[in-house]
Design a protein around this ligand. Sequence first.
Ligand code: ADP
Ligand code: ZN
Ligand code: ZN
Length: 732
Amino acid sequence: MTRENHTNTPLFQVALDVPLSTLFDYVVSKGMRVEIGQRVVVPFGRKEVVGIAMERVAESKLEAGRLKSIVRILDDMPPLPQELLVLLRFCSDYYHYPLGMVALSALPARLRDTAPFTAKQVLTYRLSAAGAALDLATLPKRRVVQQCILQTLRLGPRSGAQLRELSASAPAALKVLLEAGWVEAGTPPPRIAHVFKDAHALTDEQQQAVDAVTRQSGYGCFLLYGITGSGKTEVYVHLMHAMLQRGGQVLLLVPEINLTPQLEHYFRSRFPDVELVSLHSGLAEGKRAQNWLRAQSGEAGIVLGTRLAVFAPLPKLSLILVDEEHDASFKQQDGLRYSARDVAIFRANQRGVPIVLGSATPSLESWHNAQSGRYQLLKLTQRAVQPATLPLVRCLDISQLPLQEGLSEPLLSAIEARLQRKEQSLIFLNRRGYAPVLMCTACGWLSECKHCAGKLVLHLQDRTLRCHHCGFQQRVPQACPTCGDADLKPVGLGTQRLQETLQARFPQARILRVDRDSTRSKGAWSAMRKQIHDGEADILIGTQMLAKGHDFPNLTLVGVVSPDGALYSADFRASEKLFAQLTQVGGRAGRADKAGEVIVQTAFPNHPLFQALRAHDYESWVQTLLVERQMAGFPPFVYQALLSAEGKQANATYDFLQRARSMALELNLPVEIYGVVPAALPRRANHHRAQLLVQSEQRKSLQAFLHAWKPKLDTLAASKLRWALDIDPLEF
Ligand code: ADP
Ligand code: ZN
Ligand code: ZN
């Protein structure tokens, strides 16, 4: 065949989930019509795989004889919109990650399958003529749920999901009503007006924030800085209302998958007839694909999700909200290492719509952008519910106080006082397990992981030593493996040990431990949340899981034990994170009509971080940190990229990075190139880990350097190594 033939047969570049930075050329067979953005099935190697048709081209570099044809088109959904394809290209380009892998990883798993997806029809239920004429009083009183459904439908049609919110037995009751002919199902009629349950009159500050965003035409990035309990959620709700009224879709990103069910429920209660879908990795594959398609159809007015939702197609997108924008969970730590917050900002800019970043403790990056005028700052300085005020923060100097199993007497008596008043306490400790390490008192042996440069954590419940880095576990030894002495002691504090200590001290108290171990099973966390709300727990012990976004009205005491590690950590973001965490966890105390108290046990009560915490003075604290960062030449004053590598052989790992470094130096571009150093955890799962940092004061210079460097890295033979480039890294 000749070149000419190519121009006659349509030729497409297809994105495939393959670790190469190219697209793949395929021809279209006669009679097939492929559109850009469509999912297609193509032969690859010996398999057939799903790809996305990204571009139509005139000719291929491949010889005609080697070109293969697209097998079939998956026309189970409309093609991906151009806007999304542009977004995917941006991510590939900015994060220096293969376009095919970016594109395919943006799709829900079910849509990466070569079998077409049959979306479930979304039905709406409404009263039939007979149902509308029915006198509810004639129905037996005990048919509560049926009554409730009929009453709800009098207000207007509802979706199945909305009816399920009414009661667990709604589906059964609905079936009866359908059979009786009182309710009928149909496809939803298109509609703009929606019901809005306007619960509160906004405070002046809230109103100003809402006005600023709704007045914005086109792109604008707003930083909504509001103290805990200031009613940021209420601002989101009013903004959603405004955008829904204009016929738009709103995307709300939240950091934590655990928060989505509650929020979903809450927003449904405020917008009872708006279609709301959630997108997160906890959903079953079919459900996630279904929700994604509802977003793509434009029918879902509100899309609520974790970071992956930033890639949902949203034809009517008119506003993006990023709640707890400072949270590190927005950054993906493997594969495409994107920051969903930053991608969301790009997306809002590209679409020409406003974006709101909300937080009580904005990230230094965002605060800096607000100060430089790149973002507009909106402040909520008061708690929304009067007389709720910010909790009183006290620091206990543990260098002066004796501790029993890590707890000081004043903290214990504060807990006791809450028990007497039937109020709840929360003890915050960011370390799960019983104790961080087991030690031999005779020879000083420490339980270390054979496979990592870390310690094995003692878990007493199942008498194991576990590595939190690689998952290795072994039974607790009877005697010291080195000297044979039987006197092995747990050192340090974990949540399980804290629970044991508190239970011994307060035998009557109902203690609930909330960490990754106790919430592993499905539904465990929502059951616990209910227990807390129903007042069936007196003392909560928790890691950061408990700190995020939950509202427990009867909680009046927060105790923070052993936060000091972060003050002198090698991670330059550790103190920023600690302040955010303590503000957030402190914000759980005294939300309703009861005053709250936060007690922090620390050996450094005069540290500026604790001074700022006591004064609830985020602004001066962030100013202190910014000055420090500027002097030290850290972000947000520089932009960073981290090349990390790990392999079984330390030599090969370091050698790879050294060669990468030489190549970087040869480019002779205006960036700072650091030396090759061990990672914070130098060995994990028998792999040696090291890294190389590159930075620049200009994002553009860094990107130009990376564009020159990445193709060279790809040529380095590193078959037994894993390596990755992390742009704007949060973890080192
Ligand atoms: P944040 O997200 O800023 O921590 P929330 O949005 O959770 O705060 O609001 C805290 C509490 O204040 C909630 O119980 C909410 O219902 C209530 N609230 C918010 N705005 C108002 C308002 N304008 N008037 C009365 N109560 C409000
Ligand atoms: Zn020993
Ligand atoms: Zn390990």
